[in-house]
Design a protein around this ligand. Structure first.
Ligand code: PLP
Length: 384
């Protein structure tokens, strides 16, 4: 064989090697990177759900459990309420024929000081409805600005008890009945079946799939109770007694006593101690002193409840931010504290899932104003 022939063979083998390597690389890129990305979505409403999940290393290391956060704050409207808003609108469109249109004449009304208003405003804009939100007049400025930016009609009312016709939920219902420019629909998240059902059909199955079916505990708070009802029902159907369902409740809320002792009552309700707001906590979005349809749908699946103070939640929020880079709102912090308090009831290595409901940016002027005061050096054992 001549030197030229040897060179030819060498070039041939090298080209073959390069071709195989390129094919392998292309295959790897396609299978490991590109297929991890979902295809383009058709409208913002299609971005709702399928949220990621993250293992919280600090809490996992400390407890010996695997603590996962279901990142509902990754929804386009920044919370799990996007799922609820979308399902309420889809349901009225498909079951009652109340459709969206370019002139947005059909209008959705809701009474909410929380994330639901923002989620409804987003879904209304995406699907051709106008949106009217009644809320207490001391709702934080960041929420008011966001609703206004989204073009929602904002109706501020004085904080009042639920038996008062001017209470914001009652006000929303009356406004929907008086509306004549199109069809007015009261979203009614506390009573509406579309609320818990969307979590039963989406959030629950997603959590189950993301943990390969091995969900040993699910811990979250209740506002309407929709998340708890839908997820806990799905997980109990799949796992039975193998999954612990735990309600994390803020101070001043009645759910804790309801689960522990069957009575919806909190000490702050004693004669002469009632405050301006029924649930006396800095934590927004969870805690209540009345029973609603969505909570009733959850109640039978809940095994236990843990009460958390504002002080514990504030410290946890700062701890997660500094140690894990997780900047979360008050209700997520409550859920994380509940993990610490409930950990002793679970075998080491158990998979625990909490809901990361919304970002700290929704709570800068109230809850996070307090959390900013907490030292960066706080250790996990200082929290409870
Ligand atoms: C920030 C936040 N976390 C948690 C919840 C509780 O969710 P649910 O109403 O499904 O009980 C809410 C409800 O509005 C909320 O706004």
């Amino acid at each position: 064989m001549t030197a030229a022939d040897r060179w030819k063979d060498y070039a041939c083998v090298t080209s073959l090697f390069v071709a195989v390597a390129s094919l392998y690389y292309a295959y790897k890129v396609k299978t490991t990177t590109l297929t991890a990305l979902s295809p383009p979505k058709d409208g913002v409403e299609d971005l709702i759900g399928n949220t990621p999940m993250v293992r919280i290393k600090s809490l996992s290391d400390y407890t010996g459990l695997n603590v996962f956060a279901k990142m509902e704050l990754n929804n386009p409207g920044g919370s799990a309420k996007d799922r609820v808003a979308l399902n309420i609108i889809k349901t009225i469109s498909s079951q009652e024929g109340i459709k969206g249109s370019s002139d947005k004449k059909n209008r959705i009304f809701e009474g909410t000081s929380g994330s639901t208003g923002i989620s409804l405003a987003i879904c209304c804009n995406a699907l051709g409805y106008s949106c009217h939100i009644s809320l207490p007049d001391d709702t934080s400025q960041e929420k008011l600005s966001l609703l206004t930016a989204l073009g929602a009609i904002v109706n501020k009312v004085k904080p009042a008890s639920i038996v008062d016709p001017n209470q914001y939920v009652n006000a929303a219902k009356s406004c929907s009945e008086e509306y004549t420019e199109g069809v007015g629909v009261f979203a009614d998240q506390f009573e509406n079946e579309a609320n818990w059902k969307c979590h039963y059909e989406t959030t629950g199955p997603e959590i189950y799939l993301q943990l390969n079916g091995e969900v040993d505990a699910f811990i979250t708070g209740c506002g309407t109770g929709g998340t708890m009802a839908g997820v806990s029902r799905y997980l109990k159907e799949k796992r039975g007694d193998k999954v612990h369902i735990v309600l994390a409740d803020p101070q001043g809320s009645g759910f804790y006593n309801r689960i522990k002792y069957g009575v919806m009552y909190d000490n702050v309700e004693k004669e002469g101690t009632r405050r301006r707001h029924q649930v006396d906590t800095l934590v927004e979005g969870i805690g209540l002193n009345r029973i609603t349809n969505n909570f009733l749908k959850a109640e039978n699946y809940i095994d236990d409840s843990i009460r958390i103070t504002d002080e514990e939640a504030i410290k946890m929020a700062k701890f997660l931010c500094v140690n894990d880079g997780l900047f979360v709102g008050a209700s997520t912090a409550i859920n994380a504290v509940a993990v610490l308090k409930y950990a002793e009831n679970l075998p080491k290595g158990s998979n625990v899932c909490i809901i990361a409901c919304d970002s700290g940016s929704r709570h800068l002027s109230k809850f996070w104003k307090e959390a900013l005061q907490v030292s960066n050096d706080l250790s996990i054992s200082d929290i409870i």
